[in-house]
Structures are given as structure tokens and as C-alpha cells.
Write a protein that binds this ligand. Structure first.
Ligand code: NAD
Ligand code: UDP
Length: 315
């Protein structure tokens, strides 16, 4: 098939492009390089089945493709809050443009939605039927509400225009090629530990997250796109093993053998207190569940950052 991956030069997008190429598809990677980088896909450039297009999905584009994976959107709080109006435009105008293309060329489209549609959840663990608890006017709203509208657009293009859709709600995912500067907890803690700097736990560290290794997530994403039952979702994809952020900091210190101290800093506003996916639906409909444990995944991610670290002369 000919497959378009928007946001293909980003963390998840680059892994997806690699997997799809390995499966024998033609892959078009589209990216505006806001948070993505050529380094993430340089190893794919030699393939005659790989094409790169610099484009912003806020502007229309028409490509003859069979599948569209729509991943274009800054994903970390630091990046999506940098230009919140642009974040909303990416989720709303970008989604309309991608759905318009899907309708015109009759492509199946998958939207990378997020656990953030549940906001600061009152239901635990989160099931797909939970409608969420989202602040519409806070500093995370540009991302959370943008992604909620994107889901609405997906459903309306499906009902109104018969567009073939798939919606996944991704929970915190980590692994090699996360951007060093994106401020997410996994990259922050690993880099701080490798540099023997203080590990910055926000709040008292009692808030929880459940971390999924990238290879597992990509496997679930492709299963969802290609499921033959016409199951459109939304479906949660994530690892249900839940950790407090303080436990997570301790794990990173232990696995890196770091001298770092754990320090506490103020908690950003609207930071969700707990998050854990209920993945029963993914298990039933896709036969999917994560197989990489946290320690194994963290060790692989540490190796990646160490290599980068040595290259940049910090060692
Ligand atoms: P990322 O920032 O590494 O990747 C996003 C990519 O999209 C980047 O390459 C960026 O340059 C590109 N991009 C941003 N705005 C664009 C635009 N207007 N036009 C074209 N390209 C644009 O983040 P990621 O972690 O790889 O996330 C990928 C997708 O998955 C995002 O949609 C994100 O919301 C979603 N998601 C990720 C996670 C996670 O834990 N990683 C969790 C939930 C949802
Ligand atoms: N966090 C932290 N220290 C950091 C970065 C993040 O304690 O240096 C916390 C953050 O407050 C949140 C959790 O870790 O409670 C996950 O943050 P991240 O930005 O990775 O993802 P999200 O909040 O979007 O799940």
C-alpha cells in the first residue's frame, strides 16, 4: 500500500515509518519539523519506497494514498503550550484537511488521539466510554480540547461522508528518539540521571502515569488500522502498569546507577492526578497487549540517550 504518516519525523512517527517500510509498503512522511527532526528518519532516506515532504497540515494538500496515519501535533506540554493557538489549528484545521483528503481519495484514516481526552479523570482506570473531566480554559486545553474536536470531526466525517476511520487514544509512550528538549518526564529524568543532576519531581510525586514502550504502541496502532472487523474505536492503547512519578524517579536512579538527588518542584496547573488505561477493548478487538516491561524498555531508552550523550561530548 501507499501510506501517509503525518508527523512522520517525530518520535512515534519515525518508528511507524520504519515499521511500515519493513512490512514492504511505500511510505510518505509528511512533517513541518516543529518538534520532529531529520535525524529521526535519516536511516530511512536510502529506501526508494520512502518519500519525505515538508508540509504543515494546517494547509491543504492532496496525495493519492491508501492509508493516512495522522500523528502531526506537538505532544509534550512544553511544546504544545509554546504556541497554543497553532496547537488548536493543527488539531482542528489539520484534521479537517486530512479528513478531506481521506474522503476525496477514499483512504482509511487513523487519528492519534490521547488519554488527555479524559482530562483529570474521576474514573479509574479509564475506559473508552468515560467522557472525561477536561478544563476547557486551562493551559492544557489547547491540546486536550483540540484532540477532542479532532475525534468529533473523525466521527462526523464517518457518519456524514462514510469516511473509513480509526481512533486510538494513546497513553504515555516512551522510547528511543524522544526529543531531548521536550520536557516529558521520561526524557527529563533519564537525562538528569545520566548527567548526575537533580531529578525534578513536580508536586509530591504521588500523581500516577502508566508508561508504554514504543514498539508495543506501534504494534497496536497498526493492528487497529488494519483490523478487518470494521472496528473504528476509539480504543485505548497503553501499558496498564501504573507508577507514581516518585516511584518512577527512583526506578530511573536505580537503573542508571546515578548519583542524582530527587528534588521537588511545583506542580503545573491541571496536571492529571492519576492515569491508567483499561485495555480490555484492545485485548478483545485487536488481540493486543503490551509485552515490554518497564525496566526492559527503560534500559533500551537509556542506551539511546547515552549514545547521544557520548556523541555530544557530555561524557
Ligand atoms: P512528536 O512531537 O515527537 O511528533 C509530532 C510530529 O508532528 C513532529 O515531527 C512535528 O514536527 C510534527 N508536527 C507538529 N505539528 C505539525 C503540523 N502542523 N504539520 C505537520 N507536522 C507537524 O510527538 P509524538 O510523541 O511522536 O506524538 C505523535 C502523536 O501521538 C501526536 O499526535 C500526539 O498527540 C500523539 N500522542 C503521543 C503520546 C506519547 O506519549 N508519545 C501520547 C498521546 C498521544
Ligand atoms: N513531571 C515531573 N518532572 C518532570 C517532568 C514531568 O515530575 O521533569 C511529571 C508531570 O508533572 C506529570 C508527569 O510527570 O505529572 C508526566 O508528565 P509528562 O509531561 O511526561 O506527560 P503528561 O503530563 O502529558 O502525562
Amino acid at each position: 500500500m501507499r501510506i501517509l504518516v503525518t508527523g512522520g519525523a517525530g518520535f512515534l512517527g519515525s518508528h511507524l515509518c520504519e515499521r511500515l517500510l519493513n512490512e514492504g509498503h511505500d511510505v510518505i512522511c509528511l512533517d513541518n519539523f516543529f518538534t520532529g527532526s531529520r535525524d529521526n528518519i535519516i536511516h530511512l532516506m536510502g529506501s526508494h519506497r520512502f518519500e519525505l515532504i515538508r508540509h504543515d497540515i494546517v494547509e491543504p494538500i492532496l496525495l493519492e494514498v491508501d492509508r493516512i496515519y495522522n500523528l502531526a501535533c506537538p505532544a509534550s506540554p512544553v511544546h504544545y503550550q509554546y504556541n497554543p493557538v497553532k496547537t488548536v489549528k493543527t488539531s482542528v484545521m489539520g484534521m479537517i484537511n486530512m479528513l478531506g483528503m481521506a474522503k476525496r481519495v477514499k483512504a482509511r484514516i487513523l487519528q492519534a488521539s490521547t488519554s488527555e481526552v479524559y482530562g483529570d479523570p474521576n474514573v479509574h482506570p479509564q475506559k473508552e466510554e468515560y467522557w472525561g473531566n477536561v478544563n476547557p480554559i486551562g493551559i492544557r486545553s489547547c491540546y486536550d480540547e483540540g484532540k477532542r474536536v479532532a475525534e468529533t470531526l473523525m466521527m462526523d466525517y464517518h457518519r456524514q461522508n462514510n469516511v473509513d476511520i480509526r481512533i486510538i487514544r494513546i497513553f504515555n509512550t516512551y522510547g528511543p528518539r524522544m526529543a531531548e528538549n521536550d520536557g516529558r518526564v521520561v526524557s527529563n529524568f533519564i537525562l538528569q540521571a545520566l548527567r548526575n543532576e537533580d531529578i525534578t519531581v513536580f508536586g509530591d510525586g504521588s500523581q500516577t502515569r502508566s508508561f508504554c514502550y514504543v514498539d508495543d504502541l506501534i504494534d497496536g496502532m497498526i493492528r487497529m488500522m488494519e483490523n478487518g472487523q470494521g472496528f473504528i474505536g476509539p480504543v485505548n492503547l497503553g501499558n496498564p502498569v501504573e507508577n507514581t512519578i516518585l516511584e518512577f524517579a527512583e526506578t530511573i536512579v536505580r537503573l542508571t546507577g546515578s548519583q542524582s538527588k530527587i528534588i521537588f518542584q511545583s506542580l503545573p496547573s491541571d496536571d492529571p492526578k492519576q492515569r491508567q488505561p483499561d485495555i480490555t477493548l484492545a485485548q478483545e478487538k485487536l488481540g493486543w497487549q503490551p509485552v515490554v516491561g518497564l525496566e526492559d524498555g527503560i534500559i533500551k531508552t537509556v542506551q539511546y540517550f547515552k549514545r547521544d550523550f557520548i556523541k555530544s561530548g557530555h561524557a
